[in-house]
Design a protein around this ligand. Structure first.
Ligand SMILES: Nc1nc2c(c(=O)[nH]1)N[C@H]1C(S)=C(S)[C@@H](COP(=O)(O)O)O[C@H]1N2
Ligand SMILES: [Mo]
Length: 420
């Protein structure tokens, strides 16, 4: 026994340390392999950053404190623009791309890290001040990328794993990551493109290739094909969450809530009425909608709302978590008509929407004037030819074109126009 243990220890101590380049022997590593993955990530992560910023702008964070998930963003809020109401599938597309890319790029990101991992161990840690800064930026780059992917993936897989804090984490993390990513791109892209176009010039060294390569078990092309196949499999098992007929194929991303069952109300439910603590006493005969504006406080029963002019709009529900429904036919009262009732004309202002749900993160939201004025924005009483089900927000819910799911408040009890 003692002998075996001694032998094992001797073997271990004879192994080269990860800080020695020669200990990394895969013949797949090399500038070309890394450059291919790097260019894919450059395109993919840039698109993720942009769709991520858009997604945040879509929350109207500048409008009211109830919408602002990252107060104190200071300068980082410079780009926030007024989110439009068309095309009506805008947020569905934006968020579908953002989240699907975040899943599909995982194998590419891991392969890219694997391809450069010997460099991360290299000693001395810093040869000069410039080198020290470069390595520090790599720490932010790698740490930032892992952090953003992990927080995003956890958020779409688990319900409320970061109660209230996902947005600041993911938002500030994105800026740290992207700053390091931009610096890294500026440093590395010229060489990557040159190598991809013309190969490594004779006489120049491939600084990522192993100095002592082992026998190949797979070609570089084969290794890239493996990464690509991994991404394709992830795409096929996750993208279905945005398309009704394919929903069953979304094995990896089952979110979208309870089983909605069949019929006109048979589409994704995020939070059920039971989970939100909505009880029949709140939504029965005694329910009233309170509309507040210069005309005072007006209380309307469901019958009175149903007696107003009814309009229809075909709009999807598109959640920040990336799942969405196809267009559903919503029917109800236009928000701008309710603004009219509250005392406004064509210049209707924004509105503060409140749910009778007593607690939880999405019980209240502020909508901008362009959203109130759009004729497709409804306080819906029904969907697909039937009254709303309890789980979809009975007696009344908001539905707004091109907006994130969180803006489509369910179980609405109060609309305050103008004062946000
Ligand atoms: N009152 C209330 N409204 C709400 C929510 C909520 O938790 N409470 N969730 C929002 C979110 S995050 C989404 S994606 C949509 C989902 O609507 P659905 O369950 O009808 O599909 O409802 C929104 N409206
Ligand atoms: Mo959502």
């Amino acid at each position: 026994m003692g002998d075996t243990r001694r032998k094992a220890a001797a073997h271990l101590s004879s192994l080269p340390l990860p800080t020695e380049p020669a200990s990394w022997r895969s013949p797949v590593r090399g500038v070309r392999f890394t450059a291919v993955l790097g260019v894919v990530l450059l395109a993919g992560l840039t698109l993720m950053f942009v769709t991520g910023l858009f997604s945040y702008a879509a929350y109207n964070p500048g409008l009211a404190a109830v919408n602002d998930k990252t107060p104190d963003k200071g300068l980082l809020g410079f780009y926030l623009f007024d989110w439009p109401t068309g095309p009506h599938w805008l947020y569905r597309l934006n968020q579908g791309v953002h989240v699907t890319l975040g899943i599909v790029l995982v194998p590419v990101l891991l392969a890219k890290l694997w391809s450069v991992v010997p460099k991360l161990f290299r000693l001395p840690p810093a040869r000069s001040v410039g080198h020290a800064l470069e390595r520090l930026s790599l720490l932010l780059l790698v740490g930032g990328a892992l952090f953003e992917f992990l927080t995003g993936l956890l958020n779409i897989q688990l319900e409320y794993v970061f109660p209230g804090s996902f947005y600041p984490l993911h938002f500030y993390g994105a800026w740290v990551f992207f700053a390091a990513f931009a610096a890294h791109t500026a440093l590395k892209l010229p060489r990557a493109l040159r190598v991809l176009r013309a190969g490594i010039p004779p006489g120049e060294k491939d600084e990522l290739a192993s100095p002592d390569p082992a026998e190949p078990t797979v070609s570089r092309r084969g290794a890239l094909a493996m990464v690509g196949t991994g991404s394709l499999l992830l795409l096929l098992t996750s993208a279905g969450r945005s398309f009704d007929p394919l929903r069953k194929t979304a094995l990896l991303t089952p979110r979208g809530g309870a089983d909605p069952g069949p019929g006109p109300n048979g589409f994704q439910i995020n939070k059920t009425a039971a989970k939100a603590g909505i009880v029949p006493a709140d939504t029965g005969e005694r329910w009233r909608l309170t509309v507040v504006g210069p005309a005072g406080e007006i209380r309307l029963s469901r019958e009175q709302l149903a007696a107003m002019a009814q309009f229809s709009a075909a709009l999807p529900i598109a959640c920040v978590e990336g799942w969405s429904t196809s267009d559903q036919w919503w029917r109800g009262v236009r928000l701008r008509d309710l603004a009219g009732l509250a005392g406004y004309g064509d210049d209707a202002p924004g509105v503060l929407v409140e749910s009778l749900q007593r607690s939880g993160p999405f019980r209240t939201v502020a909508l901008r004037d362009n959203q109130v004025r759009d004729g497709r924005s409804l306080l819906a009483l029904g969907v697909n030819g039937e009254a709303l089900s309890m789980d979809h927000g009975y007696p009344a819910r908001v539905i707004v074109p091109a907006a994130p799911g969180v803006m489509n408040t369910k179980w609405v009890t109060r609309l305050t126009f103008g004062e946000l």
